[in-house]
Ligand binder design. Structure first.
Ligand SMILES: Nc1nc2c(ncn2[C@@H]2O[C@H](COP(=O)(O)OP(=O)(O)OP(=O)(O)O)[C@@H](O)[C@H]2O)c(=O)[nH]1
Ligand SMILES: [Mg+2]
Length: 285
């Protein structure tokens, strides 16, 4: 089943973003370092190209991604015209501070209080846009939270007398064509829990992890995945975590095991994992 989530406030947010784009100098596009390409919203690159705005791609949540894969993504994005890229963990003190210095060369004529550098922070939901703005302002001005669609309206703040920041609501796009992209976005918690089934997402994640990171199951759960199919792996997690369905004669609670797996992936307990690699992903630009 294709995953789609494009609530009404995103239509409004897209319109607002198009207007603000006209009056900004650099787009700071926040991506999830674990899935940089799936978390690149094609609508944002369209708007950016229409207005010919340069872009700093921030591969955020780098603490959760495979470091060598993240570096390969940064190298790949840095080769694009009008684009700079950086990997970041904006929840760590001081890391966000480099953003304005990376934006400045992209708009070299905007350096004074008469011509302040206007940075528009954009990206899909829950990638850390508001956390990034708060970190730069060194104040908790914007509400943040580990669920999609926390920010509903743009918020403009002066960073100093020659730099302005605009935080914006997370944007998805009306039709996610590639089912794997939908599944990756659900895995990183960018899509409302209301439109996904945890077991389906966990099945997708398990298939990926068994192929690319098989040893993590031994490290985290103490069993080997060799010779097991996805359902057997989920049952083995259920067994290890004591997930049993009440009154069902010892049947495994797969739903609960799926939620545990997703949670442990999302908060990094499973380890540093990348779901996409620049050599194998279809890059759109
Ligand atoms: N591990 C980790 N978590 C992060 C990082 N940056 C942000 N987060 C967490 O990600 C969650 C979402 O952060 P927000 O700043 O609200 O994300 P947003 O992009 O503004 O989300 P919307 O407003 O819903 O579009 C929060 O729980 C943050 O603490 C990071 O670098 N690493
Ligand atoms: Mg936000």
């Amino acid at each position: 089943m294709a995953i789609q989530w494009y609530p009404g406030h995103m239509t409004v947010a897209r319109r607002e973003a198009a207007k603000t784009m006209e009056r900004c100098d650099v787009v700071v596009e926040v991506l999830d370092a674990r899935t940089p390409e799936a978390s690149s919203n094609p609508m944002i690159s369209e708007l950016r190209k229409e207005r010919q705005r340069p872009c700093l791609k921030v591969l955020n949540k780098a603490d959760l991604a495979d470091p060598s894969v993240t570096q390969a993504w940064v190298r790949s994005y840095n080769q694009e015209d009008g684009v700079s890229a950086v990997a970041l963990t904006c929840t760590r003190p001081g890391q966000a501070a480099k953003i304005p210095y990376l934006c400045q060369p992209l708009a070299p004529n905007r350096t004074s209080s008469l011509k302040p550098l206007r940075m528009l922070i954009m990206g899909i939901p829950n990638v850390g846009k508001s956390t990034l703005m708060n970190a730069l302002l060194k104040r908790r001005l914007a509400k943040v939270g580990d669920q999609p669609a926390v920010t509903r309206v743009q918020q403009k703040n002066m960073l100093n007398d020659h730099m302005m920041l605009i935080d914006s609501p997370g944007l998805l796009w009306p039709k996610i064509e590639d089912p794997d992209v939908g599944l990756m976005l659900a895995t990183i918690n960018a899509i409302s829990a209301k439109v996904i089934v945890d077991e389906e997402i966990a099945d997708f994640l398990l298939t990926y992890l068994v192929t690319h990171y098989p040893t993590l199951f031994t490290k985290r759960y103490g069993f080997s995945v060799e010779g097991l199919n996805e359902l057997e792996v989920l049952d083995a997690i259920a067994k290890k975590r004591g997930c049993l369905r009440k009154g069902k004669g010892g049947e495994f609670d797969r739903e609960k095991a799926a939620r545990i797996l997703l949670l442990e992936f999302r908060n990094g307990t499973l380890g540093q994992i990348s779901l996409q690699n620049p050599e194998t992903a279809n890059t759109s630009e």
